[in-house]
Design a protein around this ligand. Sequence first.
Ligand SMILES: [Zn+2]
Length: 51
Amino acid sequence: MCFRPSGVVRPVRCPKCGTFNSPNNKSCKKCGYKPEETQKDSADNSAKTSI
Ligand SMILES: [Zn+2]
């Protein structure tokens, strides 16, 4: 049997502690490690003000 349900979420393994987290989690639920820090400073917006 093929266990390949469509839309299945793959657990993301934390490279720091090895805990499997949901890909929806932005940070590790155990150690709080953030694999992808998507922090956008508002300062970047100011650099775009060119008329
Ligand atoms: Zn972790």
